[in-house]
Design a protein around this ligand. Structure first.
Ligand code: ADP
Ligand code: ZN
Length: 447
C-alpha cells in the first residue's frame, strides 16, 4: 500500500526538479534567518542564488553535530521561539543533549513521513498499534504516535519498558503492529517464549524496528521467534526523528528515503568528497522543508550506502542500506576497524549460541584485548550442566571448549582479528529494558 502514491512513485526527473526547487528555497531561507549559515556562506563566498539545483549541492558547507552543540540550545533555529510548538532532544551520551524544535508545519511533515513508514511496513488504516518507543524528549515515541494517528491507526501509547505490561497488552488488546528497538524486540520475544505464550496466538503481524543498528541475522531470529515481519526504520532527531527512511515490506531490501523532504548524499568521511552510488560512506542530509531547524548537508555520522535502482514495490525513492553503525561506534582494536554489527552477524548463525552478547575492551601490556561475551542456548546449557557455568567461569569441559573455538574461529574469519571468547549462561548478557542497548564496554582508557 502507498500512503502518498503520487510522491512515492514520482519519476526521478520530476523528483529531482522538486528537490531542486525546494533546495533553492531552503538555502535562501537559512541565509536570511540563521546567522550561522549566513556567516558560513559569506566565508565561502556563496550567495543563495548560486545554488540553482541539486547539482550545486556540493558547493554548500557541511553542518556537524558540534555546530548544534556550539549553538546550544536554540542557536541554529530559524524561527522565533513563539513559532515553535514542540521541542525534543537526543540523549547526548556525554554532556548536553542536542536540542531540536518543530513548527506546526514541521509536525505535519513529520506525521506525513511517519504515515508513509507505516504504509511501507504494511500497516493500514484501521490497524491497532502498540507503540513501545519511549515517549518524552526522545523523538521515537511521539514521532510514530502522530504518524499512526494521521493514517487512522489507533495508538496504544505504552512507551518503552515494563515488559510484563507490554506482554499483557499484546495478549489482551491484540494489536496488529508494534514498534520498538530491535534489542527490545528480542527481550520481548524471549519473555513471551518463557511465559509459554505461542506467538501464533497473537494478532501482531509486523514489528517496525529501529533507533539502533541491527543485522539480517537478527531479523531472521526475530521473525522466526515472533512469527512476524520485522522491518527496519531509520531516523535521527536532528533531521526530524523517526520517518527519515523505512524498508518496504515487499522487498525488505534497503530503506526508502523520504527524498522529497530529506536530500541524501554519501560522502567519504575523511575527505568529504561525494562517493559513487553503492559505496559505503557517511550519510549526509539536507532538509528541504523543515522550518524550525533546517539543516544544510548535515553529517549524520552514520555509515551506509545508497542505491537509486528501481524497487519491486514500485516506489522510486532511493534506498539506503542498513547502517553499519555510527562512525563513533566503530571500534579500533589493534588498528583493525570493527563494528559491533559485524560481531552480531558472525555470532548469530552459530549453533548453540544465543543472540545475546556484549563486547568488552581492555588493554594488557599496551595491547588492545577484545573479549566477546556471548550466551549459550538453554538447551546447550542444560546438556553440559549448569555447574560448568557456575561463578561465571567456564571450566574446560570439552564441549564448551569446542564451542568457544568455533566462536573464536568465526570471529577471526569475519573480523581478521584474534578475540577472546567468554561463554555465558542464559540471562547473563545485558538485555534491552526498553530503549537502545549499549553492548560495548570499553575500559581501555580507564585503566
Ligand atoms: P541519540 O543520539 O540520543 O541516539 P537519536 O534517537 O536521534 O538520538 O539517534 C539517531 C541515531 O540512531 C542515528 O543517527 C543512528 O545512528 C541510529 N539509528 C536510528 N535508526 C537506526 C537504524 N534503523 N539502524 C541503525 N541505526 C539507527
Ligand atoms: Zn521498495
Amino acid at each position: 500500500m502507498f500512503w502518498n502514491e503520487k510522491i512515492e512513485t514520482m519519476p526521478r526527473e520530476e523528483l529531482t526538479a522538486l528537490q531542486s526547487e525546494r533546495l533553492r528555497k531552503i538555502v535562501a531561507y537559512v541565509y536570511e534567518r540563521v546567522p550561522f549559515y549566513q556567516e558560513k556562506f559569506d566565508e565561502l563566498g556563496i550567495k543563495p542564488e548560486d545554488i540553482r539545483g541539486v547539482e550545486d549541492l556540493t558547493k554548500l558547507p557541511f553542518t556537524k553535530k558540534t555546530d548544534l552543540r556550539d549553538h546550544y540550545p536554540f542557536g541554529l533555529f530559524a524561527v522565533p521561539r513563539e513559532e515553535l510548538i514542540r521541542i525534543h532532544a537526543s540523549s547526548g551520551t556525554t554532556g548536553k543533549p542536542t536540542v531540536v524544535g518543530y513548527t506546526r508545519n514541521d509536525l505535519q511533515v513529520w506525521a506525513e513521513v511517519c504515515a508513509r513508514c507505516f504504509a511501507l511496513s504494511g500497516a493500514k488504516p484501521g490497524d491497532m498499534f502498540q507503540n513501545a518507543y519511549g515517549y518524552g524528549l526522545f523523538t521515537g515515541g511521539l514521532g510514530m504516535h502522530y504518524g499512526a494517528e494521521y493514517m487512522g491507526i489507533s495508538v496504544i501509547p505504552v512507551s518503552g519498558g515494563n515488559t510484563a505490561r507490554q506482554i499483557m497488552i499484546l495478549k489482551d488488546f491484540q494489536p496488529d503492529v508494534m514498534a520498538c528497538t530491535p534489542s527490545y524486540a528480542l527481550t520481548l520475544a524471549d519473555r513471551l517464549l518463557e511465559e509459554g505464550v505461542d506467538p501464533k496466538d497473537l494478532r501482531v503481524r509486523v514489528f517496525i524496528l529501529g533507533a539502533e543498528p541491527w543485522t539480517e541475522e537478527m531479523r531472521q531470529e526475530l521473525e522466526s521467534k515472533l512469527h512476524v515481519d520485522a522491518v527496519n526504520i531509520y531516523g535521527l532527531s536532528e533531521i526530524i526523528g523517526p520517518g527519515v527512511s523505512n524498508e518496504c515490506i515487499e522487498a525488505k531490501d534497503g530503506m526508502h528515503i523520504m527524498e522529497d523532504h530529506f536530500l541524501p548524499e554519501i560522502i567519504d568521511p575523511e575527505t568529504g568528497e561525494p562517493l559513487p552510488e553503492g559505496e559505503i560512506g557517511e550519510l549526509v542530509f539536507t532538509t528541504l522543508t523543515k522550518e524550525a531547524l533546517p539543516l544544510i548537508r548535515y553529517r549524520t555520522g552514520d555509515l551506509c550506502s545508497i542505491t537509486y535502482e528501481k524497487c519491486k514495490c514500485g516506489r522510486t525513492h532511493a534506498r539506503m542500506s542498513r547502517v553499519l553503525g555510527r562512525a563513533d561506534d566503530m571500534l579500533i582494536v589493534r588498528g583493525v576497524n570493527v563494528f559491533p554489527s559485524q560481531i552480531e552477524s558472525a555470532l548469530l548463525n552459530i549453533e548453540h549460541i544465543a543472540p545475546h552478547y556484549c563486547i568488552v575492551l581492555t588493554r594488557e601490556n599496551h595491547l588492545d584485548v577484545m573479549e566477546v561475551q556471548v550466551e549459550v542456548t538453554e538447551d546447550f546449557f542444560r546438556e553440559v550442566g549448569d555447574e560448568v557455568f557456575a561463578g561465571h567461569t567456564v571450566e574446560v569441559v570439552e564441549e564448551v571448549h569446542e564451542l568457544e573455538q568455533v566462536v573464536r574461529r568465526r570471529l577471526w574469519e569475519t573480523l581478521g582479528l584474534n578475540t577472546r571468547v567468554k561463554l555465558l549462561g542464559p540471562g547473563e548478557a545485558p538485555r534491552s529494558e526498553g530503549g537502545k542497548l549499549r553492548r560495548v564496554i570499553d575500559k581501555r582508557n580507564l585503566q
